[in-house]
Design a binder for this molecule. Structure first.
Ligand SMILES: Cc1cc2nc3c(=O)[nH]c(=O)nc-3n(C[C@H](O)[C@H](O)[C@H](O)COP(=O)(O)OP(=O)(O)OC[C@H]3O[C@@H](n4cnc5c(N)ncnc54)[C@H](O)[C@@H]3O)c2cc1C
Length: 417
């Protein structure tokens, strides 16, 4: 069995873009058509800048493969962000990303992006007593900072999820779920309609800085611009001439059942909440708009679907919902997450008017949309005030591949038992 991405088959937004041929001039070049790149292209076009975005395929990376949980903030609790970045910087980033679901859902509504947006909320589910302490702590910290979250006890969580597996959960009704690929293609479609030049089948192969301009080469063309955004996150496909972002690659995969019968679905996630748990080797679960159950976990499926991870997915789904016991899984697919050591994204400034944005550490729908928009505003205003985070010139995270291998080994061991 080969990988088969559910979102590719169910994305209702469909748009194709020509490939780049010949040389063009632009105010901004964007390499990478995920949320970061497409959101930046849209904002730049709205600000009257000429902008050119290239990719092999819009949504080819994490943006077309993820769980679709549109959450506020980062994985880290807000206090930790303030400790790592310092109080003022931490507060600025926390406030920016607390508003990220509003940004995502307002873009969807304003531009009629068809991506099965469902804003009934997300549940962070406590898998153990320790997990319950964790969400209680998060609830306290987030409430102190103005977020309106609900802490559900175990019976309320059972009502909300239909599963008796959890000690409690944290409900954020401001968050929700989407078809992630459809959202990304929708952003690109809207950016194009506002004047952004978007090309597919066009990978950047080499980038040079000449006479105060960035020249981005593709197989059949080139773009000359003063400003450059590298928005390739965990999917950088060999570009010579610029530094590669340093992070730890972490794999995450998902499995989706065929559409469930009315009888079975009525006891599973009655409000269609998107869920993930507090385990270190975490899992996620949700349903899509065709009533498929989708379970996710850390691990590299490989091209031919790892038995360890796929067997775990079936076992885990049945342990949450015994009614899924005989239901076949029709889809298995995975993707790569770029994890930074401190789990905080980076805006890496590597040259004049040139940024690489990466390291969303598994929380990129809201943050990617927000960071992309902010970078475009920084380009438009020619200052960095709009950025949620100070750019850094450090790109020195070490031993990413080795750390990633340890995480994979840990996930395999966990999924075996
Ligand atoms: C399996 C999985 C589950 C996740 N679940 C969630 C979730 O539920 N909620 C959430 O908020 N986040 C989630 N994330 C994280 C989120 O998907 C990412 O952080 C986000 O998609 C990053 O967006 P991006 O635009 O920065 O990068 P990407 O979407 O990865 O896009 C990078 C793009 O760069 C392109 N590219 C690379 N090299 C070149 C080149 N040389 N020339 C041109 N283009 C190039 C790639 O083709 C790719 O399309 C998940 C990630 C994964 C992998």
């Amino acid at each position: 069995m080969k990988q088969n991405n559910l979102w590719k088959e169910t994305s209702e937004e469909k748009a194709t873009f020509a490939s780049l041929k010949g040389s063009i001039d632009s105010d901004i070049t964007i390499v990478g058509g995920g949320y970061t790149g497409c959101s930046a292209a849209l904002t730049a076009a709205e600000n009257g800048l000429s902008v050119t975005l290239i990719d092999q395929q819009i949504g080819y990376g994490g943006s077309g493969r993820n769980v679709g949980l549109v959450n506020a903030g980062l994985w880290l609790p807000p206090k930790k962000v303030e400790v790592i970045l310092g109080k003022n910087e931490g507060i600025k980033l926390n406030q920016a990303l607390a508003s990220a679901p509003d940004l995502v859902f307002s873009l969807i509504n304003k531009n009629n992006i068809i991506c099965n947006a469902n804003r009934t909320g997300t549940l962070h589910c406590a898998h153990s007593q320790k997990g319950l302490n964790d969400i209680q702590n998060r609830h306290r910290q987030l409430s102190e900072r103005g977020a309106k979250l609900k802490l559900l006890d175990n019976s309320e969580t059972e009502l909300a999820t239909g599963s008796s597996s959890f000690h409690g959960s944290l409900l954020n009704e401001n968050a929700g779920t989407i078809n992630p690929l459809s959202y990304c293609i929708g952003l690109a479609r809207v950016a194009k309609s506002k004047g952004a030049h978007i090309f597919e089948s066009s990978l950047a192969t080499k980038i040079e800085f000449q006479n105060d301009c960035w020249i981005t080469h593709t197989e059949k063309g080139s773009i000359k611009s003063k400003k450059l955004l590298i928005a390739t996150n965990a999917y950088l496909n060999g570009i010579s001439g610029i530094p590669s972002p340093k992070y730890t690659p972490v794999y995450y995969f998902q499995a989706a059942t065929r559409p469930l019968s009315k009888e079975i679905i009525k006891s599973i996630l009655p409000k269609s909440h998107g869920c993930w748990d507090t385990a270190t080797v975490m899992s996620s679960f949700r349903i899509d708009n065709h009533n498929r159950f989708i379970i996710g976990g850390i691990g590299n499926l490989g091209q031919n679907i790892s038995k360890i991870h796929s067997t775990w997915a079936r076992r885990k789904a049945c342990s949450l919902y015994p009614s899924l016991k005989k239901i076949p899984f029709d889809y298995f697919w995975g993707g790569e997450i770029s994890m930074t050591d401190d789990h905080i994204p980076k805006i890496y400034r590597f040259g004049k008017n040139a940024y690489s944005v990466f390291g969303y550490s598994g929380r990129g729908i809201g943050p990617g949309t927000y960071f992309g928009k902010s970078i475009a505003e920084a380009f438009a205003n020619e200052n960095e005030d709009s950025l949620p985070l100070k750019p850094t010139s450090n790109n020195n995270q070490k031993f990413g591949k080795i750390k990633g291998s340890f995480i994979e080994l840990g996930a395999k061991i966990k999924h075996l038992v």
